[in-house]
Design a protein around this ligand. Structure first.
Ligand SMILES: NC(=O)c1ccc[n+]([C@@H]2O[C@H](COP(=O)([O-])OP(=O)(O)OC[C@H]3O[C@@H](n4cnc5c(N)ncnc54)[C@H](O)[C@@H]3O)[C@@H](O)[C@H]2O)c1
Length: 280
């Protein structure tokens, strides 16, 4: 895709962080928008900012839970009826959770998986028919560096993000002979509210923790802003990059996982424990 001008971009999780930055940058570049989030006030605020960025931009906005399959299919139908269908779909909505395999509740595990994995599957399958009708289209699925390596207390998050990566790489091969391009995004630490909005019970040393403590540690470690991340994603769409790494930390983790696929455990465990101790 050479330009976003006059394209329709559908984004989930557009109330905050990378979803919000993407929406505003897409509007600035001349796109019309279909924005959803479970946080209705936040997504309406994003829509107001996007409309102010470019007068005349069409911005459809609604509250939606990406875990609700029927609601996503209804949203896709609305986008087709009101905006003529999406050219770009960004499956961005996500949540965070810190808990060990042993103590994590099934409810928390399912909550995360329904959003971070099934939300991506629901969005992709609901929009695929309309994306295939376009001369050129793009699906962007948000995985993570935690879709490249495993990390203690992140088993649910890593499992969902590894699953997004597998799903997206298979999808890309299935669509290779069509007009629909597919990108899997692996951000490193991005300065957003994802941890503040999450559920955090245990740190990497196995000690009880709180969302406040994990958020503090995350804020110290995250290096890239949401605006910078959004621009990297948009460059990836415009250059049809199938695999978008965001940040020097993501590049370093990707190299580590390739060079030391069996030995990275010790490095990651030590780094996670150091991080947990520093914020105590
Ligand atoms: N921030 C990071 O360091 C980082 C790193 C790697 C991957 N990611 C991924 O990037 C994506 C965007 O995250 P972010 O950092 O911008 O976080 P964020 O919390 O700022 O934004 C996520 C948005 O998703 C929305 N959301 C949550 N549950 C939802 C649901 N059930 N239905 C619809 N919307 C829902 C939230 O309300 C929020 O607006 C996520 O998939 C996340 O896992 C983030």
């Amino acid at each position: 895709m050479k330009t976003l001008s006059s394209k329709v971009v559908a984004i989930t999780g557009a109330a905050s962080g990378m979803g919000r930055s993407l929406a505003i940058e897409c509007a600035r570049r001349g796109a019309d928008l279909a924005l959803v989030d479970i946080d209705v006030k936040g997504v309406e605020d994003t829509a107001t900012k996007a409309r102010a960025t470019r007068l005349g931009s069409r911005v459809e906005v609604q509250q939606l839970d990406v875990a609700d399959r029927d609601a996503i299919y209804a949203w896709a139908a609305t986008v087709e009826a009101k905006l003529g269908g999406a050219d770009v779909l960004v499956n961005n909505a996500g949540v965070s959770l810190s808990a060990s395999v042993e103590t994590m509740t099934d409810e928390d595990f399912r909550w995360l998986f329904d959003i971070n994995f099934w939300g991506v599957v629901n969005g992709t399958r609901a929009f695929l028919p309309q994306l295939k009708k376009k001369p050129e289209a793009h699906v962007v699925n948000l995985s993570s560096v935690f879709g490249i390596i495993g990390v203690p207390t992140q088993s649910a998050y890593c499992a969902a993000k590894f699953a997004v990566r597998g799903f997206t790489e298979s999808l890309r091969q299935e669509l290779a002979s069509t007009s629909v391009h597919v990108s899997c995004v692996h951000p490193g630490g991005i300065k957003t509210d994802i941890v503040k909005r999450g559920r955090h019970y245990e740190d990497a040393t196995g000690q009880k923790t709180s969302t406040e403590v994990v958020a503090k540690s995350f804020e110290q470690g995250a290096r890239t802003t949401a605006d910078e991340a959004a621009n990297v994603i948009l460059r990836g769409i415009l250059s049809n990059n199938p695999r978008i790494l965001i940040g020097a930390d993501a590049v370093a983790i990707d190299v580590m996982a390739r060079l030391a696929p069996r030995r990275y455990d010790a490095i990651v465990t030590r780094a996670a424990k150091l991080g947990a101790r520093r914020t105590k």
